[in-house]
Ligand binder design. Structure first.
Ligand code: AMP
Ligand code: DBH
Length: 562
């Protein structure tokens, strides 16, 4: 990237006056994510940092590996400011690649391992991505086949690095083998604290995915404070069971928070109870982060009796609605303190505090990290609702973005607002799309959602994105995706479709959607044919009416597809 492009990239994040305020308040310290980790390694060189199967790294050993990766990535032509898709499962290379990229000032864009051609090609375009680091195979899927498909469609993608058997592609392992490459100069870090460190994916509610730019300054602030709130230190042993690419697992306080405190991260590719309980016992895991669906699977597993889980100190649950009946079982049945986490990749994170009384930890989603977090709960006209009433949650603060990422410059207006998108108010608040109320204790309770999204066990699905794929089917005239309650996952997507003369079977539709190259978790399990979609008076599809049809099971014109 040219020096001019690099400076554009650098300025495209926070308005300067607001940045200065957060620096003056001490929230932003001018530190980078990799320097933070390097200092932890200097304090605790011989402590275990990372465990992945039978492989283990001390903090000093991990630093050496990261430095070798930085040199290897640089030698592969990746430079400061370049955007690089990191699509890896929960393996040590996730950490090595990510911090190697930080070290040379490159910007990881975290895709999920479940993402396929449709998502990856969009990310390449939107992020103007030049490289992609992925794995040979995961969960029975050959990622090299995906790379071949995507490369043919996106020739601008310069390099691909594969962890494992690289076939005809470059091998990440060979490139980054410790000692194989010239180690980059310790002073040679390409990034400044105000630069974009990484791009997260928005759960989204529109057809086009949005990229979330997080700077070293703002991300590190949320991580440091999260680690403090969760009492993470060098004794912490964290089990990374949810996908490492998720903002929760990465930063609340997650992988980054634990490593930055000198603690240990245990990676597991499988999140099932038997695997995780065995790892908790073997490694003395004390901290886990779960979505409600996984917590419930762990609670309901008979395998619990076969393992000693007494090392558990903190059980964090977030990402989706946690039923109080499940919450109440966590401490007596798993041990450890329950902590609810209500966060978003765009920024704002709320935690119940470890010393809150049990009823607050069971019944609420906590309160923000920072005194600098500004929260408004408003009605449809953006007027604040009376205290205690339900409204839309708006958030602004030292680690909540002011605009989504565009590879070109964002011209912020006077309030630091990205003028192009309705996701922000005129005075720079992020519209979370969540409906909440505040309790008299000051905790937030999430009561629902205004955004057109399905939360499938913590995986967010933008209805519009899937509807667009459904509408590409020649036999479908209209389509609407809504959430159907599900015992195990909380919600699942259900498609209502209006067909022409012949309708495809559910199976055929699923095959069709897979063929469109979308992640499996977005594919509806249920499809219902309907004569016409209900509309609101202004002509929008009436999704609440569709949801009512689903719940009541009384849709007179509905027929489940064969
Ligand atoms: P994402 O956009 O993928 O970062 O997901 C963030 C969204 O997940 C939030 O805006 C909420 O809708 C949902 N969410 C996260 N944590 C919780 C929680 N503890 N309870 C209910 N919903 C949650
Ligand atoms: O759901 C989320 O995105 C989420 C949940 C808990 C999150 O981003 C976080 C904590 O940081």
């Amino acid at each position: 990237m040219s020096a001019q492009d690099a400076s554009k990239h650098r300025s495209a994040t926070w308005p300067e006056d607001i940045a200065q305020r957060y620096r003056a308040l001490g929230y932003w310290t001018g530190d980078t994510l990799h320097a933070h980790l390097e200092r932890a390694a200097a304090r605790h060189p011989q402590r275990t940092a990372l465990v992945c199967g039978t492989r283990r790294w001390t903090h000093a050993g991990l630093q050496a590996h990261i430095l070798a990766a930085a040199a290897g990535l640089h030698a592969a032509g990746i430079g400061a400011g370049d955007r690089v898709i990191v699509q890896l499962p929960n393996i040590a290379e996730f950490v090595v690649a990510t911090f190697g990229l930080f070290r040379i000032g490159a910007v990881p864009l975290f895709a999920q391992v479940a993402h396929r051609r449709s998502e990856i090609t969009q990310f390449i375009e939107q992020g103007d991505v030049s490289a992609w680091i992925t794995v040979d195979r995961h969960a029975g899927f050959d990622h090299r086949a995906l790379v071949r498909e995507v490369r043919a469609l996106r020739p601008t993608l310069r390099s691909v690095l594969i962890v494992g058997d690289a076939a005809e592609f470059a091998s990440f392992d060979a490139l980054c083998a410790p000692g194989a490459a010239v180690v980059v100069d310790a002073s040679d870090s390409g990034a400044a604290a105000c630069d974009i460190a990484l791009l997260q994916l928005s759960g989204g509610s529109t057809g086009i995915p949005k990229l979330i730019p997080r700077t070293h300054d703002d991300y590190l602030y949320s991580i440091r404070e999260s680690a403090r709130i969760c009492a993470i230190d060098e004794q912490t042993v964290f089990l990374c069971a949810l996908p490492a690419s998720h903002n929760f697992t990465m930063s609340s306080p997650g992988i980054f928070g634990v490593l930055g405190a000198g603690g240990c991260v245990v990676m597991t590719r499988a999140a099932d109870p038997a695997t995780c309980f065995a790892l908790i016992e073997r490694e003395g895991v004390d901290t886990v982060a779960l979505v409600p669906a996984l917590a419930q699977a762990w609670l309901d597993s008979s395998k619990r009796r076969d393992h000693d889980l007494r090392s558990l100190r903190l059980v964090q649950i977030g990402g989706a609605h946690l039923a109080p009946s499940i919450a109440a079982r966590v401490e007596p049945e798993l041990g450890g303190t329950l902590q609810q986490v209500f966060g978003m990749a765009e920024g704002l994170v709320n935690y119940t505090r470890l010393d809150d009384p049990p009823e607050r930890r069971i019944g609420a989603q906590g309160r923000p990290i920072s005194p600098g977090d500004e929260i408004r709960i408003v009605d449809d006209e953006d007027c604040e609702v009376p205290e205690g009433q339900v409204g839309h949650l708006l958030a602004r603060g030292p680690y909540t973005i002011r605009g989504y990422y565009r590879s070109t410059h964002i011209d912020f207006d006077a309030w630091g607002r990205d003028p192009d998108t309705g996701a922000f108010t005129t005075d720079g608040f992020y519209r979370t799309g969540d409906r909440v109320r505040r309790t008299s204790d000051g905790d937030l309770v999430v009561v629902g959602r205004a955004k057109d999204q399905i939360n499938r066990g913590g995986e967010k699905i933008a209805a519009e994105e899937v509807e667009a794929h459904l509408l590409a089917h020649p036999d479908i005239v209209e389509a609407a995706l809504v959430a159907v309650p599900d015992h195990a996952l909380g919600e699942k997507p259900c498609a209502f479709i209006v067909g022409r003369d012949t309708l495809p079977t559910v199976r055929a539709l699923q095959v069709f959607l897979r063929g469109r190259g979308i992640a499996d978790y977005k594919i509806p399990d249920r499809c219902i044919a309907i004569g016409s979609l209900p509309r609101t008076p202004i002509g929008k599809i009436d999704k609440p009416a569709l949801r009512r049809l689903l719940v009541a099971h009384t849709a007179p014109t509905e027929t489940a597809l064969p």
